[in-house]
Structure formats: structure tokens, C-alpha cells
Write a protein that binds this ligand. Structure first.
Ligand SMILES: [Fe+2]
Length: 244
């Protein structure tokens, strides 16, 4: 690990241990991230190691965002550092987060649009969004997000060059999925990492095919996270409603 990066994560760790960077205030974390992105030597070293030694590449599991590289996880899970590589003219889907985040435009600029949720979330699958800020962050500029509805945004690279952001995320308060929003259709849906997504798709399909309650209930005896259990329970209800 490059010396500059080591200095960064030690300093950041001190802050999270004292609870001085949290959803309440990210102010003390921002200058430390700013210092990290003032040089790209540590990032060059990180890529060099990944490409030459290949052990980092081999450890990678497929994640919800294919363009993300996890660079560091703090041992106490209080923060993690990721790089996102943005291909030219690429935009992500409007989404929320399970934790706070400090996001730095590291190589080239990046566009961010922030949204405010106008509905109360009472209707499943429905969401009304209002755009609040749209800005291109120049290299070296920082934006922040908060967990859940307080941090709905969309980012993208509107240039012909590759762009990189360095994202520092806090302790996860909602694990397992993100929410993707479709502003025009006024919808919101859960999005899972690839392996969970395959399971969820099978569960939903089995529910929609009908007569699957016993098998779905049988599979529910496996130890599953709550958000996956919810998918099974919804599918059981759908399956029961279905007239053979
Ligand atoms: Fe995000």
C-alpha cells in the first residue's frame, strides 16, 4: 500500500473511531479526502499492483456497480474507499445509498444531479422526485451524500475522456440492496448484487407461475437475510392469488 494512502486511512480511522465523521457531519472528513486526491501516485500504485500481481483482481466478486473498485475496507467496517471508473458518456441510474458518502472528482470532471423525494414512501414501488441540484464537479471538487432518502442522486461522465471518482462510504445502515428510481415513470425498485438478483428473479418468477407456495415456504427455512425473506413472502402471496 502506498504511503500517502496509508496516511489517509489512518487519519480517517481516527475520525470514525471518535465518531467525528458520521451522517450528522461529514465536515471533518472532507479535507482528508481532499488531501488524498491531491496526488494520483497512490492510485497509480494501486492499479499497478492489481495488474501485475493480480491477487486483487482474483479476489473481486461481482458487485451491483460493475465500474467500482474497492480499494480499502476499514477493519471495524466504519468506512470503505472505492474508485468508480466512468467511461465516456456514461450515466448511472438515479439511486439512494445505504450509508453516507464523500465523493471526490479525481480524474476529469463528473456530473451530479441531486434529488429530493416528494412522496412519503407509503405506496410500494411509487416515488416522486424533484431535482434540487445539477452540477459538474471539476477535478478536485467534492460532493456528499447521506443515507437513504437524504442522498438520492445520479452521476455521470458527459465527456469524451475516462473519469474517476474516489468515494469514501461510511458504516452501512441498510445492507443488501440499493433503490433505483425512474423519475418519469415515478417508480422505485430494489436493486441487488448479481447473485442475490438471480435468486430474487427465480423467486418472483416462481411466484408469478403459481402453485409454488410449498416450495417457496420450504426454501424459507434456509438462513436468509430479511430483505430476501421479504421477496419470498411477497412471492408466496402472489402465488396464492394466482388462479391455476
Ligand atoms: Fe451514488
Amino acid at each position: 500500500m502506498h504511503k500517502e494512502f496509508e496516511t489517509f486511512y489512518h487519519r480517517f480511522q481516527e475520525l470514525t473511531e471518535k465518531n467525528e465523521v458520521s451522517s450528522v457531519s461529514l465536515a471533518k472528513g472532507i479535507p482528508i479526502v481532499q488531501e488524498l486526491i491531491s496526488s494520483d501516485l497512490w492510485f497509480r500504485d494501486f492499479i499497478k499492483e492489481a495488474l501485475i500481481e493480480r491477487s486483487w483482481l482474483k479476489q473481486q466478486q461481482s458487485t451491483l456497480w460493475p465500474n467500482e473498485l474497492t480499494i480499502y475496507r476499514s477493519p471495524d467496517h466504519s468506512f470503505l474507499v472505492r474508485a468508480y471508473i466512468w467511461e465516456p458518456f456514461s450515466m448511472d441510474t438515479i439511486h439512494d445509498h445505504g450509508s453516507w458518502g464523500i465523493i471526490a472528482s479525481f480524474i476529469n470532471g463528473i456530473k451530479e444531479i441531486k434529488y429530493r423525494r416528494r412522496d412519503d414512501g407509503a405506496v410500494a414501488g411509487y416515488a416522486e422526485l424533484e431535482e434540487t441540484v445539477a452540477k459538474v464537479l471539476k477535478q478536485g471538487e467534492i460532493t456528499c451524500v447521506l443515507p437513504l432518502n437524504a442522498g438520492i442522486h445520479q452521476m455521470g461522465n458527459m465527456s469524451e475522456e475516462i473519469a474517476v471518482t474516489i468515494n469514501v462510504y461510511g458504516r452501512t445502515m441498510r445492507r443488501g440492496y440499493l433503490q433505483f428510481f425512474d423519475r418519469e415513470r415515478r417508480t422505485v425498485k430494489r436493486v441487488y448484487p448479481p447473485r442475490t438478483y438471480k435468486e430474487v428473479l427465480m423467486v418472483r418468477t416462481f411466484g408469478a407461475m403459481g402453485s409454488g407456495e410449498d416450495i417457496l415456504k420450504g426454501a424459507l427455512v434456509n438462513p436468509l437475510p430479511d430483505y430476501v425473506k421479504e421477496e419470498y413472502e411477497t412471492a408466496i402471496t402472489v402465488s396464492k392469488r394466482r388462479v391455476p
